[in-house]
Structures are given as structure tokens and as C-alpha cells.
Design a binder for this molecule. Sequence first.
Ligand code: NAD
Length: 331
Amino acid sequence: MSYRIFIASSLISKEALELILKNNCTYEIGDANDTPEETVKKLGKFQPHALIVNIQEITREALLASSSLKAITKQGVGYDNIDINTASELGIPVMITPFANFESVAEHTLALMLALLRKIPHQDIFTKNGGWDQKDYTGYELFNKTLAIIGFGRIGRRLSELAAPFRTNIIVYDPYLNSEKIPDNITVLNDLNKLLAKADIVSLHCPLTSETKRMIGENELSIMNNYSWIINTARGALINESHLITALRNNKIAGAALDTFEKEPPDADNPLFKLNNVIVSNHIGGLSVNSFRNMGISAVENVLTVLEGEMPDAACIVNPEVLNKSKKNNI
Ligand code: NAD
């Protein structure tokens, strides 16, 4: 059968689009800058059977706009931008592509960590501008540092593997961890304040939920050591951004490397961009040539599997209760 697939972003690999066409389906692509209201309009007009989402907000109105909608997938894993409650209420399975981009995020986190400690972005600008003066340079090694990983899932775990050869001491906070699967070199410390007090580097890798929103604020930043750094490649809203700015301005912590922000895209005059002890990237942690191709292909496979009435991989389903219902209703 031929299905209509709407891609709520201009970001999708050509291999994914080829796969859609190979399966005799049609597609329409939104724009990366579409507002939620524009997405609603486009969905209403195209009436897709499936929706592929990137980082755009998918509201209740968007989900109600297409009466044909039977499957939704995120290209990636963080699904906090999709109204899951409404999708579940409508009986629509929501999926993610968990195996496509965790390597990319873990490597980007390590890259940010090294760039922050070695001050590589500053060195790049300084040297290219004719600077040649080593006496004021203060870089740090990752060697022997205590790395605190908050959220020990696919990305947190992979980061721990990448950081281990630097002989870091790795401590982990994850209240939902299955303790049987902890490697020997990892210490679990499920007391956030104690973990923050011990850390040289704190790296966030948990999902954004009502429980984790602003889990790092004034209190947590005050517990961190004044020589410690924070890295956030998960979601901006895990940190209270204005409290972070204050802590960085007052040297309560040594620095931050951020791939994600409370508001995305951030305002051009975001005070973080003026701070010398901050380095940033624009939410590209999960993007590499490889992961981009794989996320698109996995997303298309996800929606085609559901549209054909088959069960997708259990690791991909966000609201599995809906699948059992849809199976009964034979979608
Ligand atoms: P995952 O589901 O494999 O792991 C998340 C871990 O967080 C789980 O082990 C879970 O138990 C833990 N967790 C849940 N609540 C927690 C809490 N209150 N405190 C501490 N830990 C908690 O997910 P993943 O694939 O490792 O991805 C993690 C996050 O990274 C995603 O939710 C997403 O927001 C973000 N992400 C960002 C990018 C990017 O481009 N920057 C790309 C992919 C994912």
C-alpha cells in the first residue's frame, strides 16, 4: 500500500527519502524553521499516514490535524518535543531511533570536554589572530579527573567507555539503573549532591522529564567545586540557564560546554555567548554523516513497520501500550 509520510523538518538523509520512494510511498518535507502553527497547517493539508519528527514541537493540534495519522517517529531519541499524551490518547505509536546516534553524542561530549579543558576554541582564535604567548595558557588534562555522568543509558555508558582510557574516575547518578549491568570501573552514587561535590566534570545524559527539568540550579551549582566543569549535550532545560550564567560569571564553577539550550534556537544576545569560560555548539551532538543517514533510515523503517501492522523493535517504542491496542484494532 502507498502511504503519505510528512517529514516535519528539512533534515532527512537522501537514503531515507530513497527508501520511502522504494516502498511506493510519497512524502512532503516541512521547513526547519516552521512554527508549531505552520506545522499544523501543513499536516492538515497533506493528511499524512506517518510523521517523522526532528526537533520541532509537535503539539496536540498538530496530532489532531491529520485524521489519517497512524505512526510517529523521532529521528533521534529525545522525544520531549512531541505531545506523547495526545498521541497515546489517539492510539498513535510514537517511536525513536535509539541505535542511530548515541555514538555521535558520546564522541561529541568527549570532544567538548577536551576542547573545554584544553581551551582549544580560544587557542584557535588567539593563534590565528597572530597570538604567540604561552605564559598565560592554563589547559588541563582529563587524566585522573573525576567524571560524574548523570543518566547512564546508551550515551552515558558509551561516554564512560570513551573516557576510561584517559584513566578518569567515573561516578554515575541514575536512579533507574539496573545495577546488575554496571562495569567494574564505574561507581554508582545515587545521591546527586554527593556526586556533584566529588566531581571535576559533570556530564548530563538523562532525558528531559518533569522530574529532571532544571535538576541543576543554584543549589546544585553551589555544591559543585569552583574548579569543576559542566557539559550538557542532553537537553538545555535540565539546567536552570540563568542560574548557570550567574555561577559562571561569578566563577562558582570553572566552565561549561553546551550543545543544548533552554530556548532553541537561543537568542543572539544570550549572555552565555559573552562568557569566556563557555564553549558551545548548536545541538549537533547527535549529528554525524553516519548518524544522519542511519537516523533517517531507521525513522522510515519505524513508520513503515507500524503502517504495515507489524511490531517494531521494543527499544524503539515510547508508548507500547498503544501498540497492543492498535494490534487488536488491526491498524
Ligand atoms: P537512554 O534512554 O538510553 O538513557 C537515559 C538514562 O537516563 C537512562 O539510563 C535513565 O534511567 C536515566 N534517567 C532517567 N531519569 C533520570 C534522572 N532523574 N536522573 C538521572 N538519570 C535518569 O537515552 P540516551 O540515548 O542515552 O539519550 C539521553 C538523552 O540525550 C536523550 O534523552 C536526549 O535528550 C539527549 N540527546 C541529545 C542529542 C543531541 O543532539 N545533543 C542527541 C541524542 C540524545
